[in-house]
Design a protein around this ligand. Structure first.
Ligand SMILES: [Zn+2]
Length: 134
C-alpha cells in the first residue's frame, strides 16, 4: 500500500480514538460532578475523593491526548501528517501505527524526552495501556 494511502487510513484510527476518548472523558466528568451530593462516613468520603483525584488526572491526560489527536487530524488535512517536526524526515509507518499522533520520528522523540520530561510521556503511557487493552 502506498504511504499516502496508509496515512489516510490512520485518519480513521485517529477519529475512532478521538470518539472513544470523548466518550470516556464524558463519563469521568459526570462522575466528578455527581459525587458531591452523596453523604456517607469518613471512609466513603476518602474513597470518593481518591476516585475523583484519579478521574481528574485521567481527564487531564485524556484532554492532552485529544489535543494531540486534533493536531494530527489538522496536519492530515494540510498534508503535513507523518513528517517529523524536528528533522523533516518521514516518520516510519510502524511508529505512526503505534502512536498515530506522533509529531516526531523516534530518534527526535527520544532526544526531546531527554531534553525535557514532557507531557507526551503521559499521553504515550495512556495510549500504550489503551493498545494493550485492545
Ligand atoms: Zn526526526
Amino acid at each position: 500500500m502506498a504511504r499516502a494511502d496508509a496515512l489516510e487510513k490512520l485518519r480513521e484510527t485517529l477519529i475512532n480514538r478521538r470518539r472513544a476518548l470523548v466518550r470516556s472523558a464524558t463519563g469521568e466528568l459526570n462522575q466528578l460532578q455527581g459525587r458531591s451530593a452523596k453523604t456517607g462516613d469518613l471512609l466513603d468520603a476518602v474513597a470518593e475523593s481518591l476516585q475523583s483525584e484519579l478521574n481528574s488526572q485521567l481527564l487531564e491526560a485524556e484532554s492532552r491526548e485529544l489535543t494531540a489527536i486534533d493536531d494530527a487530524l489538522e496536519r492530515l488535512d494540510q498534508g503535513e501528517f507523518g513528517k517529523c517536526e524536528a528533522c523533516d524526515r518521514a516518520i516510519p509507518l510502524t511508529r505512526l501505527r503505534a502512536v498515530p499522533y506522533a509529531k516526531e520520528c523516534i530518534e527526535c522523540h527520544r532526544a526531546s524526552v531527554k531534553r525535557r520530561s514532557h507531557p507526551a510521556a503521559t499521553i504515550n503511557r495512556v495510549f500504550d495501556s489503551y493498545q494493550r487493552a485492545q
